[in-house]
Design a protein around this ligand. Structure first.
Ligand code: PLP
Length: 454
């Protein structure tokens, strides 16, 4: 292949696509080289929680880069690292106070699963090594995180290489895998989706299980599906009864996305480890990590030699951490979470209105500004699209043409989950910008439905 321009040297994930070249971004908008504006209704990949062009974050990064651009945290620390760890520790549920930094969410989950394993090994339980995840979960694209998640399309080419982890189903009351209604589950105080975890533990034997990992609200795989009341508490109980480390992946839900610092708070749970990413630096720098319970850290010190056998070159990178600290201060000072809660009510309302007009809009769900809706061929017949149709991607392409971008998700091969569109704009979005988002989505849905029914 003859390369004529610089862009031909880029290795794309998908060579069949043309990617707009973004030259600058401001607030909720991205601008391309032709001056076209896109409303970023997915905060990139649900990361740019504070919108674009926040000068004080950029300045904090530049200042840190000038002072000390790289410090190897295997041997040294920085003040910004201490300060950000303290801020995050204070945001987390009370029993989680120790913060470990990585560059991305996949690395954060790798770290959590490895720490859980080491925790058991240090306590003389080396046989506890199996991780249980969920079929509808996503925890990242590295081999370990991919093994814990359940995305069949991402897993398929690597099946032979993946770790032998176990999986259960995620709760999805709207399309319950047990064909039960949420009312019956709540009345009988029995959630088969949580009991499935206990059943699997008994089947494998708790002596071989190290950790259970799940997202509190399933993001990319299901489109903001919220678990039924009591589910996460019951999972917490089951993990306790079986000496299993409970890891809650808040890479997408953390840092205000669902209206509180972490979604765990709203479900009244204290996991053993919370992983985070994306919103911690509001997308300004690669930054993620885990918040670990005092119990696990104390055990590492008492039963091991206080040494976590793990580490990355860029753990606690000073420029990323400076971005995180500036972002966290901005969230607090500008009352961003209260805007998120307020605009969430408005966005839900506007989406319900839109649903009256569009037969392709199925169930609308989510919390805060992590909202999804199911895409159906026809709501009145409750017919899902075949995954090969690429419905969500097509809808998003129609939106991009009209100046907005969302986070499309495709249905599962087994038909348990349909296509969905995830909406996760910056938490700083205004009411007028939501009106614009809805107007573009309305036009995109009209064009999409024409394509479907032509
Ligand atoms: N966990 C969840 C819940 C995510 O949504 C993602 C990314 O979308 C990840 C983990 C992986 O994070 P990263 O892409 O930063 O490695």
């Amino acid at each position: 292949m003859e390369r004529v321009v610089a862009k031909d040297y880029v290795f794309h994930r998908d060579f069949s696509k043309q990617y707009p070249v973004i030259t600058h971004a401001e607030g909720v908008y991205l601008y391309d080289e032709h001056g076209k504006r896109y409303l970023d209704a997915s905060s990139g990949a649900i990361a740019a929680n504070l919108g674009h062009g926040v000068t004080e974050i950029a300045e904090a990064m530049a200042e840190q880069a000038k002072k000390a651009g790289f410090v190897h945290t295997l041997r040294f620390e920085t003040k910004v690292l201490h300060e950000l760890a303290a801020e995050i520790g204070k945001m987390a549920p009370p029993s989680l106070n120790r913060v470990y930094f990585t560059s991305g969410g996949s690395e954060a989950n790798e770290s959590a699963m490895k720490l859980a394993r080491q925790y058991h090994r240090d306590r003389g339980k080396p046989e506890k090594h199996v991780v249980i995840g969920r079929w509808q979960g996503y925890h990242g694209n590295t081999l370990g995180s991919l093994s814990a998640g359940g995305d069949s399309k991402r897993r398929k080419p690597y099946t032979a290489t993946l770790a032998k982890f176990e999986h259960i189903h995620s709760p999805y009351c709207h399309r319950c895998p047990y064909k039960r209604s949420e009312e019956i589950c709540q009345r009988e105080k029995l959630l088969p989706c949580a009991e499935e975890l206990e059943r699997l533990i008994k089947e494998i034997g708790p002596e071989s299980i190290s950790s259970f990992i799940c997202e509190p609200i399933v993001g990319s795989q299901q489109g903001a599906v919220v678990p039924p009341d009591g589910y996460l508490q019951r999972v917490r109980e089951i993990c306790d009864q079986n000496d299993i480390v409970f890891i809650v992946d808040e890479v997408m839900t953390g840092f205000g996305r669902t209206g509180t610092d972490f979604a765990s708070e709203q479900f009244g749970i204290q996991p053993d480890i919370i992983t985070f990413g994306k919103g911690v630096s509001a997308g300004y720098a690669p930054l993620a990590g885990m918040i670990v319970s005092d119990r696990i850290v104390d055990s590492l010190i008492e039963n091991g030699d206080g040494h976590f056998i793990h580490g990355y070159t860029f753990s606690g990178h000073p420029v990323s951490v400076a971005a995180g600290l500036a972002a966290v201060r901005y969230y607090q000072r500008e009352n961003v979470l209260s805007n998120c809660r307020e605009q969430s009510v408005y966005l839900f309302q506007r989406l319900s209105e839109l649903q009256q007009k569009h037969s392709s809009m199925g169930q609308i769900r989510g919390k805060g500004l992590l909202i999804g809706f199911e895409l159906l061929m026809d709501r009145s017949q409750d017919r899902m699209f075949p995954p090969s149709f690429g419905a969500a991607e097509r809808l998003n392409q129609e939106a991009i043409k009209r100046g907005a971008t969302f986070y499309p998700g495709s249905g599962t091969i087994d038909g348990t989950n349909g296509d969905h569109l995830l909406i996760g704009p910056p938490l700083t979005i205004t009411r007028d910008e939501i009106d614009e988002l809805i107007a573009i989505l309305d036009q995109a849905l009209t064009a999409f439905e024409l394509q479907v029914h032509k």
